[in-house]
Design a protein. Structure first.
Length: 170
């Protein structure tokens, strides 16, 4: 989850390794905002469970451009000023997600699903699995602390889940 919120350079490089060279720079820019059914999630699914992906993804237009939620971006800036880097990254991630949710008509996907391939999914997925395989034994053996929960502040923000998901923060 931490790699989803703030992908490392190593993950970004692996994710775009299978992208054609002429699209690679754009794919690097897209990755942090490509969270649902875009190039990378669709590619992972094409690699792991190709029969579950409709071929219609090849004909979908790119997700329309969208802007992050300004209220959450201000909160992210405040968190960064307070030296709360992880919280700031989470708030930026949420700001972009909320901005995407405000698109009308809502496309239901991000990024560029037409670019998805099993090869991209394999390159991206293999590194994720390798990262996981390295971390888990160290955490279970006590040689490495477990990472903090991602977005633990959501519980309080949503009043323990009682706040409707369509509620606005602005």
């Amino acid at each position: 989850m931490h790699q989803l919120v703030e992908p490392s350079a190593e993950l970004i490089d692996a994710a775009v390794a299978g992208v054609p060279a002429e699209r690679r720079e754009q794919a690097k820019v897209d990755l942090p905002h490509d969270y649902h059914a875009g190039t990378f999630e669709t590619s992972l699914t094409l690699w792991l469970a190709p029969g579950s992906v409709s071929p219609v993804h090849k004909d979908l237009p790119d997700c329309p451009r969208f802007r992050p939620d300004p209220t959450l971006l201000r909160a992210a800036s405040a968190a960064e000023l307070g030296r709360r880097h992880a919280l700031s990254a989470e708030l930026r991630f949420a700001a972009w997600g909320l901005g995407w949710m405000k698109l009308r008509p809502f496309p239901g996907y991000t990024g560029r699903p037409a670019w998805a391939t099993a090869a991209i999914g394999e390159a991206f997925g293999e590194l994720l699995l390798d990262m996981y395989a390295r971390a888990v034994p160290e955490i279970l053996d006590g040689r490495r602390p477990h990472p903090p929960a991602v977005m633990s502040w959501l519980t309080r923000l949503t009043l323990g889940g009682r706040l409707p998901s369509g509620a606005s923060l602005s």
